[in-house]
Design a protein around this ligand. Structure first.
Ligand SMILES: [Zn+2]
Length: 416
C-alpha cells in the first residue's frame, strides 16, 4: 500500500470518530453576541484540545476584544505543524460560530444533540462549518497517526464571528497577524461547494442593496385624483428597473449565473387598509454585480432609470444604497491552490474540480482583499442555516482525502 493509500484507508475507517467529534462540537453552542450568545469559547477550547493532541509546532490563541462576549473577547485559534519540505504551506480556515436554530418546531430533534443515521449527521453546525474543521483535522490526524512525515507545513485556523461580519475573526487576524501568510501559500476555506465536490469558488460578485422610497400623497381611495399613489410609482419603477439587465449585460462564464442580477425583493408595508391611496412605498433591489462593473455606476444608472417616472407621475423617488460590498479581486483560476485542488478532487472523486464565481460573499474575500489567493471548496448538499441541518459522513471522508493530497504535496511542484 502506498503512503497515501494507507492514509485513505484510515480515513475510511473513522466513521465513529467523525460522529463523536461532531457530537462534541455541536453540544458546545457557539453563538456570537449578535446572535444572542456569549461567544465561541467552549467550542474553541475543545478544538484546541483536539489539535494539541496532534502535537503542533506552534499554537496561537488570538483573542479579539469584544466586551459583549464572555471574558471580553472572541477566541481565534491557529495551530501549525511544520512540514518536511520547504515551500508553500497549506492553510485551512474554518469558523467555530453557528447561526441560531430558528423555529424549533421545524427541527425533528434538539439542534444541539446530534442524531447519526446511516451516512447522515443532523445538528446545528454539523455542515456550517464543523464539516470543514472535521475533514481538515481528520486528514492531518490520519497522516500523523500513520507515522509518516508530514510533507508540507499545515496550519489550521479556527475563527470566531464568521456569521456576523468577521470583525472579531478573520478580519482581526489579518489586521494583526497578516505576515503569517505568504501569497505562495495554499489557502482553503471549506465553507461552500457542491454536492459532486467539483465547485471551487474563486470569485464573487459585488453585493449592492438599493432602497427605493417613493413619496406621493395619501388620500381616500374614492377620490384618487386628490392624492398621488406611491404604489403605482413603485410598480412602474420596479418594471423600469429591469433595464439594469440590459445596461449591465456583460457575461462572464466563470460565474453562475454568468450575468449580473438585479432582483426586486423586499417591499415594506404601506397602508393597512384597502380604501386608502398610499402616499409612501418602500421597496428594495438586491443587486449582484460582476466585478468588472463599479457599483457606483449601478447606483447612478438606477437613479437615471427612475427619474422619468418622477416627472411622469409627480412622485418623488429617492434611491439609497443601504448595503454595499465590493467584490474582492478574484483568485486566479491558475493559482496553485486551485489547480492542485482540482487535480486532487479528480483523483479522489473521478470528476475534475472547476473554478467558479458565485453571487457572493464568503470569508475568503478578506484574504483576497489583501492579495492572498484563497479557494472556497468542500463537498456538500448545502444545508447551512436550515432547520435539520445535516452533513454526510462520506463527504467528510472525501474531503479529508483531498486535504491529505494537499498536505502531502501529491500534485504540487516538488521541492528541489
Ligand atoms: Zn459558514
Amino acid at each position: 500500500m502506498s503512503h497515501l493509500e494507507s492514509v485513505f484507508h484510515s480515513i475510511d475507517g473513522s466513521k465513529d470518530a467523525i460522529i463523536h467529534v461532531q457530537r462534541e462540537l455541536t453540544a458546545r453552542v457557539a453563538l456570537g453576541p449578535d446572535n444572542g450568545g456569549s461567544g465561541e469559547h467552549e467550542k474553541t477550547a475543545y478544538i484546541k484540545g483536539l489539535l494539541e493532541a496532534l502535537k503542533p509546532t506552534r499554537v496561537q490563541e488570538i483573542n479579539a476584544p469584544d466586551e459583549r462576549a464572555r471574558g471580553g473577547y472572541r477566541p481565534n485559534l491557529i495551530a501549525e505543524w511544520e512540514g518536511k519540505q520547504k515551500g508553500p504551506a497549506v492553510w485551512v480556515l474554518t469558523h467555530s460560530d453557528i447561526v441560531p436554530p430558528g423555529d424549533l418546531c421545524l427541527w425533528k430533534n434538539d439542534p444541539y444533540t446530534v442524531i447519526a443515521d446511516g451516512d447522515i449527521i443532523v445538528g446545528r453546525g454539523v455542515e456550517d462549518n464543523q464539516q470543514g474543521f472535521v475533514s481538515s483535522y481528520l486528514a492531518l490526524k490520519a497522516i500523523i497517526d500513520s507515522g509518516q512525515d508530514l510533507q508540507r507545513s499545515v496550519g489550521l485556523i479556527v475563527v470566531a464571528d464568521e456569521e456576523t461580519g468577521s470583525h472579531y475573526g478573520l478580519s482581526y487576524i489579518l489586521q494583526h497577524h497578516k505576515d503569517l501568510f505568504s501569497p505562495q501559500d495554499l489557502i482553503v476555506v471549506p465553507d461552500s461547494g457542491s454536492e459532486d465536490s467539483t465547485m471551487i469558488e474563486v470569485a464573487e460578485k459585488s453585493m449592492l442593496w438599493l432602497k427605493f422610497t417613493v413619496t406621493g400623497r395619501q388620500c381616500h381611495a374614492s377620490t384618487p385624483e386628490k392624492g398621488k399613489n406611491s404604489l403605482y410609482g413603485a410598480a412602474k419603477a420596479i418594471i423600469a428597473l429591469e433595464e439594469l439587465n440590459t445596461r449591465f449585460d456583460l457575461s462572464d462564464a466563470l460565474f453562475s449565473p454568468p450575468q449580473s442580477t438585479f432582483s426586486p425583493t423586499r417591499k415594506e408595508e404601506n397602508v393597512p387598509n384597502v380604501n386608502t391611496i398610499p402616499g409612501r412605498d418602500i421597496f428594495y433591489l438586491d443587486c449582484r454585480v460582476l466585478p468588472q462593473y463599479p457599483v457606483d455606476q449601478v447606483i447612478s444608472t438606477a437613479k437615471e432609470i427612475v427619474s422619468p417616472i418622477e416627472k411622469q407621475t409627480g412622485l418623488r423617488i429617492d434611491v439609497e444604497a443601504v448595503h454595499c460590498q465590493k467584490a474582492a479581486p478574484p483568485t486566479s483560476p491558475e493559482a496553485p491552490v486551485v489547480t492542485e485542488l482540482a487535480t486532487a478532487i479528480e483523483a479522489v472523486t473521478g470528476n475534475p474540480g472547476r473554478p467558479m464565481g458565485i453571487g457572493g460573499g464568503t470569508v475568503a474575500a478578506f484574504f483576497r482583499e489583501v492579495g492572498l489567493p484563497a479557494a472556497v471548496w468542500f463537498t456538500s448538499p448545502g444545508t447551512a442555516h436550515q432547520p435539520n441541518e445535516y452533513c454526510r459522513i462520506s463527504d467528510i471522508m472525501t474531503d479529508a482525502k483531498i486535504f491529505a493530497c494537499l498536505y502531502q504535496n501529491k500534485y504540487g511542484r516538488q521541492p528541489m
